[in-house]
Design a protein around this ligand. Sequence first.
Ligand code: 5GP
Length: 187
Amino acid sequence: MKSGKLIVLTGPSGVGKGTLLRALLRRHPELYLSVSVTTRSPRKGEINGKHYYFIDRQQFEKLAANGDLLEWAEFAGNYYGTLRRQVETHINQGKWVVLEIELEGARQIKQTYPEALRIFILPPSMEELENRIRARGQDSEEAIALRLERARAEIAAAYEFDILIVNDDLEKALERIEAALFASAKC
Ligand code: 5GP
């Protein structure tokens, strides 16, 4: 059976993971981005099945209890999880599957998929991170405070990852990610 590869992208909310990922997927359409389930409400412009599968807590708890989630975590008051079958199916087809997940989930993946390549994206500074979260204009003050608190905790654990990349400049950060992926000894 062909076997693909699992790539985990983690970094604090607002660090620009989404923008980096979109650019990465445009340049490498062969990569498969896993679509997570979440109990968070959709933001403006988010599409069910594309950005996330938006489900309620009861549905989420059922998936978790049935072992259908490869990893899951609570983040800023909502649950997020990766659908096990989606990942396993694509990996078994030889695909490179990308997970864009937070720290707790990335830690779980280290246990279940130690061969996964785990990349952590850092902001240039905490001030810049706060500016980016506020500029997005999509979160309440309470949500912003929660996200900043979580960001500090995540950054403190960045050393646990295989590769650290500072997102100071989109193009440069992208090139660093490409170098990590395509020059990786874990291929
Ligand atoms: P957001 O609400 O901004 O879309 O996502 C909040 C955080 O949840 C981000 O750090 C994102 O990477 C993370 N996240 C998204 N999907 C998953 C998932 O399936 N599992 C885990 N553990 N984290 C996720």
